[in-house]
Design a protein around this ligand. Structure first.
Ligand SMILES: *[C@@H]1O[C@H](CO)[C@@H](O)[C@H](O)[C@H]1NC(C)=O
Ligand SMILES: *[C@@H]1O[C@H](CO)[C@@H](O)[C@H](O)[C@H]1NC(C)=O
Ligand SMILES: *[C@@H]1O[C@H](CO)[C@@H](O)[C@H](O)[C@H]1NC(C)=O
Ligand SMILES: *[C@@H]1O[C@H](CO)[C@@H](O)[C@H](O)[C@H]1NC(C)=O
Ligand SMILES: *[C@@H]1O[C@H](CO)[C@@H](O)[C@H](O)[C@H]1NC(C)=O
Ligand SMILES: *[C@@H]1O[C@H](CO)[C@@H](O)[C@H](O)[C@H]1NC(C)=O
Ligand SMILES: *[C@@H]1O[C@H](CO)[C@@H](O)[C@H](O)[C@H]1NC(C)=O
Length: 926
């Protein structure tokens, strides 16, 4: 009987399958001929019945054949995705990171792309090039990597700009929906594709959302436009069963993909507990198991030749995909954060015996690294964010050190976008951040190429630069792990993606891998303290800084620089001397004997940054109302509570300190925050506070009442014209709160959160009208301001300041769809355009977890400005310019931050101390 067992599919060639088929037919013949039971039946079998039986035999064989590429896959000489009019391309003189040898193999030389494939690498033999109408690109020694692979994306199903009628990411019909397909919702016109390509992303797995335990089937797509212009044409190796048509069952099945999610998301949508979720999974798998067993029983009978009363092959369109999970033919992506959830899924895999390809988000995986070996079928890949943590309990213990810790346990680490949660244009930035926090260079690059391709089951064609692989290639303007690395050109299936790419020149040192700081101690502490290590710094009164290359200090509304002081002496929170040992000898005598001496190794001391735009200071766990100040009432939606009277809400009354985002931002060199109450339309009065303060009464407030904040958006609930009318009424009216009175008489600033250029134009008109009618100045600042480049000159001449709170531009909403994306798509970028027009520009960030990386966002602007802005200008974006825009520049304390070893900007520096005038002390981060 063994003869009926079809050999394992992996490694089988088509030719051999024909041979096997022949052997099978002959065997069948002899089997039936020799079996007494069937002898009579066989003789009377007609051709139709024989054909039917053959189909059934083939179906059973196919059912039991493992998924994967055919063995002769690499003998292909053109890609199934090859577009016939694509010209062959020779990229000359490149530094090629191939992905081979654990991500350490780099080849200097050329790269030939032809017929959608990589045909040759290094020294391309001349005869390869004969008779080819080549496009030749000289890379001039630039870095070249495989196209980036995003293991977790909602591109095309979560629409950009977000439109109410067009959200196809989640079904809300039930917790268990293995029969849904993300492909059915894939919008080919999404604004996100081009932006993702402009970040070097060439392939993405499009997953359904996480509203369900089993949200449906995922599909892998290439991000280029196709001639056909339909979603199906974007697919990479879709399952043969996709459209129900007949296909060649001699080929092994292709990998399928599916999403599972556990924890807070499915629970909150269906008012379930984790216990309900666990049961939902088990009962679904029980249904699939019964069907699988019925199929196996059927096929055993077929194999035994027991054809009588066989009936039909047991099939159920709703459960067939989950049956394939049990058969090991599906690359499963499981969204799962906490130890409790991971443990449940690992148990489930053993109860029902199915493998998991990857755990996603997986915030606590680094705390339980031994668990994964116990997963049925072997340890999954772990797909992580670099830093998007703390927004819910299940993300609270997430750590920037997870990638390096998991790697040290031999697990395969992936960094992914969860686009648009992290804008996938910045997928590589996730890997670069992980590298900054200690993930080795080779693994950081593998984490967005080889590792995700393997987790998708597509590493036979994607994620590497290797002969015979798909011609998905990126040429970079700098080392791919340097801050803000940007494609010079992208190829997908050998097709050039940018006809006239815009290039900004990077400084030469960015061609090498950044020499990142040491975070060993922090990583150990993160593990030891189960994700919540102590973050409060050690405070001292005296410190001496030596080998300092420069000290920038705030002067009113500006910065001044003192270069190469021999020593900097600090006492309390102040620098009491900058100079030589000789000129500072008196103050050196004054500091006590146990003074801390800090060698800055040629580093700098610069003003602490000020953060604005997120609810930092009013929120701890964003999605947990009991940890936050909460929302203020919207006076346009309902009557204000009478008990409040005319008073505006003040952020200072809701401040909370020693939060984790706050302390991490402080350790990232951000010493002050400006926060406004959260709400629609009239938000209230902002406050400025010190991030290092322990509580409100401990020198925490820098300025209690800063500015009046108003949001004007196209929100669908109240018309823009209604919001403007209400604002006009507030401005031209009388009475009310004293901050409002301050705005009316030109003392306080009115900050309007606005993204649309049309609304900004209306506000400029209102300002002119107000100033004309009252002969008073209206101090106006736009925050958000994604479309402000359209009005740069008008904004400048109106004397309005701008705070750009989305320095990584993305058209999340309709009223900010006209972004200025910057290179390689446009020569200009938003901040440099505003600066060039003479606008006072500051930078902000909307998410509190990002506040710690404010320095990197300024660096990104600095390095992508093509030399048009200098270091001091860049520093001002999050210090004096921002403070001017908010009207607090004259009251900011001289809080300074020390960065050892050269750069404030880029991935090489790390803040080591704060000299805080505000707090009257020196805080050390060691
Ligand atoms: C790959 O490199 C990483 C980091 O350098 C190392 O931890 C790992 O052991 C290497 N893996 C192999 C198979 O050499
Ligand atoms: C249906 O799928 C088969 C197998 O993948 C493919 O060859 C065929 O072109 C598809 N038909 C349509 C109409 O998409
Ligand atoms: C200052 O630090 C730089 C970088 O580590 C080093 O090259 C230089 O020799 C140091 N200078 C002094 C005077 O110690
Ligand atoms: C507040 O700052 C002053 C110096 O500016 C300092 O003397 C005092 O100890 C600080 N108070 C607290 C509670 O930190
Ligand atoms: C400014 O005021 C003058 C005199 O009150 C009036 O004639 C003019 O129309 C006003 N302009 C604007 C833009 O409101
Ligand atoms: C501003 O002045 C103009 C011209 O005097 C007048 O028509 C308009 O009503 C005034 N607007 C307000 C809001 O007072
Ligand atoms: C950057 O500057 C170079 C040299 O000045 C110029 O050729 C290039 O076009 C500029 N790029 C952009 C994006 O402005």
């Amino acid at each position: 009987m063994a003869i009926y067992k079809w050999p394992a599919a992996e490694g089988r060639s088509r030719r051999w399958s024909r041979v096997y088929l022949l052997v099978l037919c002959v065997a069948l013949y002899y089997y039936y001929a020799g079996s007494a039971e069937n002898l009579a039946g066989y003789r009377t079998l007609d051709a139709e019945t024989l054909a039917k039986r053959e189909r059934i035999v083939a179906q059973c064989r196919y059912t039991r054949t493992p998924a994967g590429p055919p063995i002769d896959f690499h003998s292909r000489d053109q890609s199934d995705r090859y577009a016939p009019d694509t010209k062959p391309t020779l990229i000359k003189n490149a530094r090629i990171w191939t992905g081979a040898e654990n991500g350490t193999k780099i080849i200097q030389g050329d790269l030939l792309l032809h017929k959608g494939l990589i045909k040759a690498i290094g020294n391309v033999p001349l005869h390869f090039l004969e008779n080819l109408q080549l496009e030749v690109i000289d890379a001039h020694g630039a870095w070249v990597t495989p196209g980036l692979v995003d293991l977790h994306s909602h591109l095309g199903v979560d629409s950009a700009p977000r439109l109410e009628g067009a959200s196809d990411i989640n079904s809300f019909k039930a917790p268990i929906l293995p029969w849904l397909r993300s492909l059915d919702g894939l919008n080919t016109h999404d604004e996100g594709y081009e932006l993702a390509r402009s970040g070097g992303v060439t392939t993405a797995q499009i997953l359904p959302g996480s509203a369900n335990d089993i949200g449906g089937q995922a599909f892998v797509i290439k991000l280029r436009q196709t001639k056909e212009r339909v979603p199906t044409a974007m697919l990479v190796e879709p399952p043969f069963t996709l459209n129900g048509s007949h296909f060649d069952r001699d080929l092994p099945p292709r990998w399928r993909h599916m999403k599972h999610a556990c924890g807070e998301n499915p629970s909150s949508v269906y008012s379930m507990s984790r216990m309900d979720s666990g049961w939902a999974f088990r009962s679904a798998y029980e249904s699939a198991r019964k069907l699988r067993d019925a199929q196996d029983e059927f096929c055993s009978k077929v194999e035994a030749g027991l054809w009588s009363d066989l009936g039909d092959f047991p099939e159920d369109l709703q459960w067939e995909a989950l049956v394939d999970v049990l058969r090991g033919k599906v690359k499963l992506s499981v969204h799962c954060y906490e130890a409790v959830d991971l443990d449940m899924i690992v148990r489930l895999t053993n109860e029902f015996r199915f493998p998991v390809a990857s755990f996603h988000h997986a915030g606590e995986t680094y705390l339980v690294p031994e668990l994964f070996e116990k997963t049925w079928g072997g340890a999954p890949s772990i797909a992580l964010f670099a830093a998007n943590f703390r927004k819910k309990r299940e993300a609270y213990r997430g750590s920037e050190f997870a990638p390096r810790i998991l790697t040290s346990h031999g697990l395969s680490v992936v960094l992914k976008s969860d686009h648009p949660v992290v804008n996938s244009r910045y997928l590589l930035n996730e890997a670069a951040l992980a590298h900054y926090y200690g993930l080795p260079e080779n693994v950081a690059l593998l984490s967005v190429t080889v590792n995700p391709a393997r987790a998708m089951g597509l590493d036979h064609r994607l994620g590497r630069i290797q002969e015979g692989y798909d011609a998905d290639v990126v040429i970079w303007d700098s080392h791919p792990l340097s801050l803000g690395a940007t494609p010079l050109q992208v190829f997908i299936d050998g097709i050039r993606q940018f006809q006239a790419p815009q290039v900004s020149i990077k400084p030469p040192f960015m061609q090498r891998c950044p020499d990142t700081p040491n975070f060993d101690k922090e990583a150990t502490e993160a593990f030891e303290h189960e994700g919540i290590p102590p973050l409060i710094p050690k405070s001292v009164q005296h410190a001496i800084f030596i080998n300092v290359s420069g000290v920038y200090t705030r002067t009113t509304g500006d910065l001044s620089l003192e270069e190469h002081p021999e020593v900097v002496v600090a006492r309390g929170g102040e620098i009491i001397c900058t100079g030589t040992h000789l000129t500072c000898s008196k103050t050196l005598d004054e500091v006590d004997d146990e003074v801390v001496v800090i060698d800055l190794e040629g580093g700098v001391i610069v003003p602490g940054f000020t953060t604005y735009g997120s609810p930092l200071g009013l929120t701890e766990i964003r999605l947990e109302p009991s940890t936050n100040d909460g929302h203020v009432y919207n006076p346009l939606a309902h009557d204000p509570p009478t008990i409040i009277g005319d008073t505006l809400i003040r952020a200072i009354d809701g401040l909370q300190f020693e939060g984790r985002n706050m302390l991490l931002a402080y350790r990232g060199g951000v010493t002050a925050g400006v926060v406004a109450p959260s709400g629609e339309f009239v938000q209230g009065v902002s406050t400025t506070f010190s991030l290092g303060a322990h509580h409100l009464l401990g020198n925490a407030t820098i300025e209690s009442d800063v500015a009046l904040h108003v949001a004007i958006t196209m929100n669908g609930a109240q018309s823009v014209s209604t919001q403007i009318a209400a604002l006009r009424h507030l401005l031209f009216g009388t009475g009310g709160d004293e901050v409002l009175a301050g705005v009316r008489n030109g003392q306080s600033t009115l900050v309007v959160n606005v993204n649309s250029a049309d609304i900004m134009a209306t506000l400029l008109r209102l300002k002119a009208e107000y100033e004309n009618n009252t002969s008073k100045t209206l101090k106006l600042t736009f925050a958000g301001a994604s479309e402000s480049h359209i009005l740069a000159n008008e904004i400048a001449s109106a004397g309005v300041s701008v705070i750009v709170t989305q320095p990584k531009p993305y058209p999340y909403t309709w009223d900010e769809r006209r972004i200025l994306p910057g290179p390689p798509l446009t020569a200009d970028s938003l901040l440099p355009v505003l600066l060039a027009a003479g606008v006072n520009v500051g930078i902000g960030l909307t998410n509190e977890f990002e506040a710690r990386h404010l320095r990197f966002e300024i660096s990104r602007v600095f390095f992508s400005a093509n030399g048009s802005i200098d270091l001091a200008t860049a520093l001002k974006l999050a210090t004096t310019n921002l403070e001017k825009a908010l009207g607090i520049h004259s009251t900011m304390p001289q809080d300074l931050v020390a960065y050892p070893g050269g750069h404030v900007f880029g991935f090489e520096g790390k803040a080591s101390a704060v000299i805080s005038e505000q707090l009257g002390r020196i805080d050390l981060f060691e």
